[in-house]
Design a protein around this ligand. Sequence first.
Ligand SMILES: N[C@@H](CCC(=O)N[C@@H](CS)C(=O)NCC(=O)O)C(=O)O
Length: 222
Amino acid sequence: MRPTLYDYVLSPSCYKARLMGALVGVELETLAVDFHPGGAHRKPEFLLLNPTGTLPVLVHGDLILTETAAMLVYLAGLAGRREWLGEADAASAARVHQWLAFSARLTGSLGLARLHDMLGRSANIEEVRWAGTLCLRELEAALVENRLRREDFLAGAAPTVADIACFPYVMLAPDGGVGLDAYPAIRAWTRRIRALPRFVEMPGIHRLHDLKPEPGKAEAAA
Ligand SMILES: N[C@@H](CCC(=O)N[C@@H](CS)C(=O)NCC(=O)O)C(=O)O
């Protein structure tokens, strides 16, 4: 029996689960929820499944998960792909958790700015964009440091659930009016993720078929 993902195609959070499933080879049954304009995720029948009224939800047998970070961990474990959990040593495991927690800040800043600009969600947009900018600065600094240690991904040399948790909202930041031009290490990292084998796309995020430097530039922080 395949896990069922309650899904909305334009949601970066739902995409995290779809992307993780694809990368580790777990097929998901997707069940489309009318997030917009229907607001089906706030209707009583959906709140019985997820009282917080958010997407995605992943259901597998008796297990109901309502947090994407937990879904990514579950899908990697289900596939027996524990390398995606970054558990090689205590420090890597802790770094993975650090970035999983950080990913919630991205959802609350870059994600909210995107909902504001795309769906007219009310927000103090300047404040929200500034919170997103601070997250991007933090991420950029960490990625530059990682490259000095020859690490290409957030928690080490190989990609983990932490990268998948952070990638979509960063990649789609321009949809919320926050550009990525000032962040060469972030752009290089997103290119590495988009070049991973079995990578899948969502509207606005495209696969990179060959890992080449950005046109006219050497790869940042190489
Ligand atoms: N805690 C959730 C939050 C996910 C989240 O914010 N999802 C958005 C869709 S991308 C949502 O459902 N927001 C509810 C709303 O805006 O009404 C997670 O990370 O899994």
